[in-house]
Design a binder for this molecule. Sequence first.
Ligand code: PAF
Length: 287
Amino acid sequence: MPELASFIPAIVEIVKNARDHGRSIGFVPTMGALHAGHLKLMQEARRENNFVVVSIFVNPLQFDRKDDLDRYPRTLAADMAVCSTVPVDLVFTPSAAELYPREQRAFVDVPGLTNHLCGAFRPGHFRGVATVVAKLFNIVRPDRAYFGEKDAQQLAVIRRMVEDLNMPVAVVGIPTVREPDGLALSSRNKHLTAEQRQLATLLPQMINEARSRLDEGERSASTIREALEPMFRTHADVRLEYFEIVEPSTLAPVERIDGPVLIAGAIWVGSTRLIDNMRWPGGQERN
Ligand code: PAF
């Protein structure tokens, strides 16, 4: 079993000891409910570093809806079992009081990158993500940190934060892990009923259909959007929140597609919100 610590001074001490012994530090920040997507991040961290730290913290600062925070799955025993298979060296499980002992007054904002896609629908979300990741980086001081490409906007925000604030950490993006029917793995998939689980595949189907239309030569984002939106009008339990074609690093919406793009979408299935994205052309790339 990996070492488990909940207090910041213990984490600082253990990681310092590893570093003093010449080990490089790989870090995987998570909110728990670990699945095969997280496992891939950890395995990559294990492959590239001598000491691997995973944090498990459901960060209240990044939730724009209290019901989403309250029902976010918390599965520490199962998560520890996943960490031990990698194996991870250290698991950091701070309480909210440990990370936010008093009212947080300093925040990290990355405007511009957060005005559209999920940012337009989840006010304050990326500020909460960037702030907690900055805090975790300051505590763990990793050499490399690993994030899934499924959360493409989160990854872009973190990369920009690290560059703009000269944080001494390499940010590594890892391709999305999917179920055989194409659904991207997500901790929120646990909320879906069997019927909703079926409906959820509409999201990767829509993105794949957009890629096919691009392959066939269509170049107008609005034509593609108008053709695909009706896919979500067939069932009362599913709703399209957004569908965007954006430039992969700035995430600025693209109307005429003349180069590589990211196709991203968010849907609601019942009361569960799911996101996904794919690159065009070609598969997803590392870094
Ligand atoms: O992707 C997540 O699980 C979270 O947004 C993160 C990066 C752990 C910050 O809370």
